[in-house]
Design a protein around this ligand. Structure first.
Ligand code: KG4
Ligand code: ZN
Length: 364
């Protein structure tokens, strides 16, 4: 089945053509038009600007996805689109475009949840991946753990009660003076910090310690706001003590240690709850997905945990961790098989609740 998939939930306009069947998962094209440089000027995504940029980019992206795939629109069997969660103005651009395209082509429209799509990126990395599995999605907007008994059934068993992990990475990066989004730069800085520790350049008693994001109870929930605030306060205090202004650059070694300590807390906290969830659910497979799943330390930490627990770990390749259309196409296939269809009244939903209601309506 050839699926044309469109993604516009945040600051990336993306379109892809994927071929999916019982024994095939192939990406024929995967086009991403990123707005990151535009939003970097403001230190974060500006919704109004993002929606307008999607309007300009969506048609060229889809055209390129179709031509790069070596197919024509008449070959497409279904059009898939992210309809939730995300920035509402951004989602509406993709939804309206997909709706018009599907009905003009006379093919089914498949509404897809963005978080499910992140998980589905892992289907391309490992041909053997099959439900049931646990999925941990760590992104700019979400940090949630799901039990996935079937590919189109997601039961949330844990989540963040405040900020998402990616949001915290970006905020700490911004306060340190890194370009938005700071996640990838924090990853590299943390590596320098871990190396400095390993080489004994920093004494153990001088290691920075930040609070854990793992909530101290028996749920699988996280809280990243305490960790984020502790790191931000630490940076402010550092500048104050040195008589520096709010935006003044900080010593590189100090930045590396802050990134290292922050990352250590994130990874240890995530692994602590994950270990509980693995024990309680007795899962044999874990998917780690979302933009922050590109973090090298998180990948290493979770790989170590899965080895210890003797379960198989599936992670999308780095290029499929961030927002893209192929992941939407993959999840769309399984939604399609489970009977999900969008109609002319398909709407976009910023949060999961409205989407759940819509899912009930559109399941046939
Ligand atoms: O999944 P995604 O592309 O968009 C959302 O759905 O939110 O995730 C974007 C997030 C940003 O916060 C970005 O800083 C973070 O993923 N990110 C990383 C890394 N690469 C991207 N965070 C930590 N380490 C990385 N290597
Ligand atoms: Zn995303």
């Amino acid at each position: 089945m050839l699926i044309l998939a469109i993604e516009s939930s945040c600051d990336e306009t993306a379109a892809a053509v994927v071929r999916m069947s019982e024994d095939e998962r192939t990406i024929l094209s995967n086009i991403v038009a990123s707005q990151v440089e535009t939003h970097a000027l403001y230190g974060g995504v500006v919704p109004e600007i993002a929606s307008r940029a999607h309007i300009e980019a969506v048609s060229p992206c889809v055209e390129k996805a179709v031509s790069d795939a070596g197919v024509t629109l008449s070959d497409i069997d279904a059009v898939a689109v992210t309809y939730s969660p995300g920035l509402i103005g951004c989602l509406l651009v993709g939804v309206n475009f997909a709706k018009s395209l599907a009905f003009s082509l006379g093919v089914p429209l498949i509404p897809v949840d963005h978080i499910r799509s992140h998980t589905a990126a892992a289907y391309f990395t490992d041909a053997e991946l099959q439900a049931p599995f646990l999925s941990l999605v760590v992104s700019g907007g979400h940090t949630s753990l799901y039990s996935v008994p079937e590919p189109a059934t997601y039961e949330e068993i844990g989540s963040t009660r405040d900020d998402a992990a990616g949001e915290a990475f970006d905020k700490v990066g911004r306060v340190m003076g890194l370009t938005y989004p700071g996640g990838a730069a924090m990853d590299a800085l943390a590596r320098e910090g871990f190396e400095a520790r390993g080489e004994g350049k920093r004494k153990k008693e001088d290691y920075i310690r930040f609070p854990s994001p793992a909530i101290n109870d028996d749920t699988f929930d996280y809280s990243f706001s305490g960790l984020k605030t502790a790191a931000v306060n630490h940076i402010h205090n550092l500048r104050q003590k040195a008589g520096l202004s709010d935006k003044a650059p900080i010593d590189r070694e100090e930045m590396a240690e802050i990134a290292c300590a922050f990352t250590e807390s994130v990874v240890d906290g995530i692994c602590k709850k994950l270990a509980l969830a693995i024990e309680e659910t007795k899962t044999e497979r874990l998917v780690l997905a979302g933009g922050v799943a590109a973090n090298s330390h998180l990948r290493e930490g979770i790989a170590k945990l899965c080895k210890k627990k003797n379960i198989k770990l599936y992670m999308p390749s780095l290029s499929l961790c961030g927002d893209n259309g192929a992941m939407v196409g993959a999840q769309a296939y399984y939604e399609y098989l489970s009977g999900v269809r969008g109609d002319t009244d398909l709407n976009a939903y910023a949060s999961g609740e409205g989407a759940e209601a819509a899912r009930a309506i559109h399941r046939i």
